[in-house]
Design a protein around this ligand. Sequence first.
Ligand code: ADP
Ligand code: MG
Length: 601
Amino acid sequence: MPETAGAHRIHVLDQATVNQIAAGEVVERPASVVKELVENAIDAGAGSIAIDLTASKDAITAIRVTDDGCGMSPADAELAFVPHATSKITSIDDLHNTRTLGFRGEALATIAAVARVTLVTKIRGSGAVPGTRILIAGGKVLETTGTGAPDGTSVLVGDLFFNTPARKKFQKSKNTELAHIHDILEGICLSHPDIAFHLTYNGTEQLVTDRTTRPEDTIARLFGSGVIRDLVPVDASLPLLGITGFVSRPSLARKDRARMFISVNQRFITSPAINDAIKAGYGTLLPKDRFPVAFLNLAIDIHLVDVNVHPTKKQIRLSREKEITEMIRNAVREALLAHDLIPAAEPPGSMIPLVRESPDTPVKTYDRSPVPAPSGVFEFPHAGTAATDQRLRQTELPVGPGPAYLVSSLLPEIEVIGEFSGIYILARTYDDELLLIDQHAAHERILYEQVSGQEQEKRASQELISPVVLHRTPKEAAILRDLLPALSLEGFVLEGFGGDSFLVRAVPVVLGRIEETTIIDEIISDLISEESAQAVSNRERITRIVACRGAVKAGTTCTREQCQRIVDQLRRMKNPFTCPHGRPTMIRFSRKELDTMFKRG
Ligand code: ADP
Ligand code: MG
């Protein structure tokens, strides 16, 4: 644009645009809308909160949160949508005294800036006085009417991001969003056992908790009553903080921190420092790369906690963090000690010595139910599968930003729960589905996509420690000679070795440092014996064979970690549902289907 003297190139953005930009910080995705609305309901003193999600085939289309809280007057209901309008603080000083989850007055304004919102509200206990209904879209109030309504507030958010297409496009798959919503609600339910939550998805119940004074009821509701057995209570009243809740026995340890639920003053937060402190409480009870399950509620003097670090308030800043984390570590340690779970030997390092309250307190024990006879579903082995591990390690996919399919997933998170016959992995999703996964087919899919992902004309090779000699019949040798150029592009370094023999010097990198060189023989045999009237290209043919022969074989015993690695990788595939030949990698049973099979009505 040519510059004209006196013309402005700089201008102040209008409020609607400002709100849309700001929306990115508070409402980056459907799950953040759920979080903000539910937090408002909690702040309104609700005893029960319903979250109803509507979804089309590929996206969440509407979110409704209904509460029985204090409700709003007609005037407040309109004000609620004005940016920085809040009833929770009046000055910066209040910020450090507030116990409410919200206080920035941003959520409703920003949600209304990027969606169509219908709010229905009525002041609790206002009897026959009618309630208020407000329709607002893209930040503009379209309609305000009086209406009959139950006490409390209901906010319906539809058409999310309708006016910010870039953000809309950025949305992950529906399943990823649902997983996020579950994560957020689990955290909120656990930090508020005194509130009943009810989540539905297209009318089907997904998550239900009752009002309770026993947090373990909520835990059981969310994760099954089985976990309670493996939890150890923590209850400590210390100078700077109170800690209540549960940590797991080491046997329940996981490979990530996803089941460490921490709330500080009834706000569900994530805090690496607190997670580390909890883990430190286990000392050497847990391997370096394992994390306990924890459900801890911390009551910390509010003056020591700064929640205003980020608009979403998921992180906190603690004053006297070192002292506080030390106390957490000791409290966890003491709880484990009280259950005789910590071996006598002190782990190396500067552990603060612990004194049991009374040395006479009898040590609590749990009976170990007898191990059932082998039945096909068995305990995972812990070692002795180094060869399998080697085969699986070579399929590690790069982490971090990459093609879209690496960061979003067609499948919700999957947790391995068992293995059957050395062929099938038993797993569950956080969507309450039971999965039977064909170990070989799944790994085959992983290798296949890994190889196909290498776009270059000539794919990477891995030199063999010692070259392998292949002997063939004259006819086979002739076919093989024809295929040498194609094989070379796929990363095989193969040369004639006199007569009808060949020397293999290198293989595609995806096969790694293979030790059982029979794989090479199998691959070449498959290639030669396959019908040549194939519709697919040589590249595709070789890729499929390499994936098939490189994958763990049915009947290979895998450890839990190995199985988990397979399913975690499978989740990252473009098409996780079939192997390259089109056979299914998994069979899914939803809770509903199982219930029907068991005639549970
Ligand atoms: P904040 O929660 O930070 O105050 P919000 O934009 O989320 O900001 O909400 C603005 C105001 O609207 C709140 O301070 C509260 O007074 C009112 N409000 C929002 N949701 C509800 C609700 N579910 N019940 C009663 N009042 C509500
Ligand atoms: Mg709020």
